[in-house]
Design a binder for this molecule. Sequence first.
Ligand SMILES: Cc1cc2nc3c(=O)[nH]c(=O)nc-3n(C[C@H](O)[C@H](O)[C@H](O)COP(=O)(O)OP(=O)(O)OC[C@H]3O[C@@H](n4cnc5c(N)ncnc54)[C@H](O)[C@@H]3O)c2cc1C
Length: 592
Amino acid sequence: MTEIKKSLPRRRFDAVIVGAGGSGMRASLQLAEAGLNVAVLSKVFPTRSHTVAAQGGIGAALGNMNEDNWHYHFYDTIKGSDWLGDQDVIEFMCREAPKVVYELEHFGMPFDRNPDGTIYQRPFGGHTANYGEKAVQRACAAADRTGHAMLHTLYQRNVRAKTNFFVEWLALDLIRNEEGDVVGITALEMETGQVYILEAKVVMLATGGAGRIWAASTNAFINTGDGMGLAARAGIPLEDMEFWQFHPTGVAGAGVLLTEGCRGEGAILRNKDGERFMERYAPTYKDLAPRDFVSRCMDQEIKEGRGCGPNGDYVELDLTHLGADTIMKRLPSVYEIGINFANVDVTKQHIPVVPTIHYQMGGIPTNINGQVVVPKNGKPNEIVHGLYAIGECSCVSVHGANRLGTNSLLDLLVFGRAAGNHIVAADLKKQEFKPLPADAGEQTLARIAKLDNSSSGEYAQDVANDIRKTMQTYAGVFRNQELMDEGLRQMAQLTERANHIWLKDKSEIFNTARIEALEVANLIETANATMSSAAARKESRGAHSHDDHPHRDDDHWMKHTLWYSEGNRLDYKAVVMKPLTVESIPPKERTF
Ligand SMILES: Cc1cc2nc3c(=O)[nH]c(=O)nc-3n(C[C@H](O)[C@H](O)[C@H](O)COP(=O)(O)OP(=O)(O)OC[C@H]3O[C@@H](n4cnc5c(N)ncnc54)[C@H](O)[C@@H]3O)c2cc1C
């Protein structure tokens, strides 16, 4: 082992960012423009990161269409989070929102325009004025390709700023020294199969979500939870992983997303009787109630026999009354998705939809600067030096138990920028590299050697598919104790099976089977975190809907979960109720 370790090639950077999605590239831009030597790793070409698929918009109280201000946005986000979001960081995000959106505009982002030249904003679920009184138009959009426009804008700015991109590189493990500081990572160059040590003064995880631990997901195939896996294997806990958002409108059978922007533009959900059923459940917000709520109502309709189709297992989204002109102008991709994935012309026919896994609210715990924080010496939020996390893989906790639509793209921009600024202020050029520990890289080499020595066992994809089936069956839209306890038993077996993966093809060059096998280790960590955290939370809050405990229980459960990989151990920490400057929004029942 020592022999091989010596031969591991090394490279050095001021900062290494794992992930070239919206968050990673917003942060890297800040660093590269400040003259730091920054490496950004990505499994795929940067502009293919999942951010490219974001359709609906970016939330910011610009007030271009009607009266709006950040206080309303702040209130909506806290209510949307079912009071699990931290109010200090929510205040920060909502106040920064207009700034980061205008900045993006000045970077060249091709937003849709109003006749007066201002940025077009559309209504979205849970976005209101006057503290819930009426709908407001807050989602800044570039047709239904907002993420595409944003990611390309950020990529081009990064090219200009001379960011070093490492395309088709797979980050494998964090390297921590004896003090627990992060001093680098190991990564595999897919083209050659060579493993490198990348030394860095700062490592930032921006690896996106893990929607691929589920069977039915709107997420890209690359969303395998690698950042969570890296963190968990390095002893860092994962926060609030029981909270997963089901998006109400995934195309039935295909999983592909139809943006909430459809309903923002006026589309309606209907059951088999053609009834606009959301009027019954949410008299004020109707189809634009938050996602957790709408998803449960849809499931209820299906359960009670009012689902559509031969098996009554979906409901329908009706856009026909919007007219072909509006659809082609505001929702052109939705039209294409209808044709390609459901054989439906949405200008003339209803399209079948079901709630589909979309977004993880939890992730790697961080503070307002994006620094990773863990409980240590009796204190809940001690900094892990040298490690940052941003974007969907992180949990700063602005989304709490349920994210409002458009708040993720916003979170990427606000905290990508904030983390970048924090690193720039630390003046890395003046800091020395910390020495690598003697065993740097060994964890990774042991994992790879195990695969290379395997001569029997199971294929990675079979284990991965069974993880997905297990998660979908035992931790879906509606959960109960019996299901989740069985889910825990199944996950324990799957964890064991994942230790015996057979890599049949041992080749080095562009071996995608090897990459898939390495990704399974990350699926396992994320799925275990989800199942264990969910089975322990005995209440219903936001996206966690527990049949045996149908109500929110603020007395016992208004706290963040922390899950540790070692021993599947759980811990908890308090929710921050005190905002930075304004008064706290006290918990109340969520009605719509
Ligand atoms: C279909 C869809 C539509 C959405 N629409 C909206 C919307 O309208 N508004 C909104 O606010 N939110 C939306 N969201 C959510 C939002 O788009 C995502 O949460 C967000 O884009 C995630 O960005 P990110 O920077 O965290 O990660 P991503 O964009 O997912 O990027 C992750 C990056 O990490 C890299 N990576 C991962 N693992 C490794 C590894 N081991 N080694 C090297 N690189 C690695 C990947 O290659 C990629 O570059 C949508 C999500 C989906 C799926």
